[in-house]
Write a protein that binds this ligand. Structure first.
Ligand code: ZN
Length: 63
């Protein structure tokens, strides 16, 4: 679980690094003010995804 403000920092670091390509392998569920929501974020680049997008990515990777 990752806090939304952490995700914002990760994203800024990634942009500062020139926004390299990311495979989004380190997805974690986002946590906002202690309440679970349906958003996920990549811990490498800070990009955010819906649960449906995460499921689609995982299914694609299993092939
Ligand atoms: Zn990523």
């Amino acid at each position: 679980m990752v806090q939304m403000n952490e995700v914002a920092k990760i994203r800024q670091r990634w942009i500062d690094a020139g926004s390299p390509a990311c495979d989004h392998l380190e997805l974690d569920q986002e946590f906002y003010l202690g309440a679970r929501d349906d958003d996920w974020a990549c811990l490498s680049c800070g990009e955010e995804f819906s649960r449906q997008e995460v499921r689609a990515m995982r299914e694609a990777r299993d092939d």
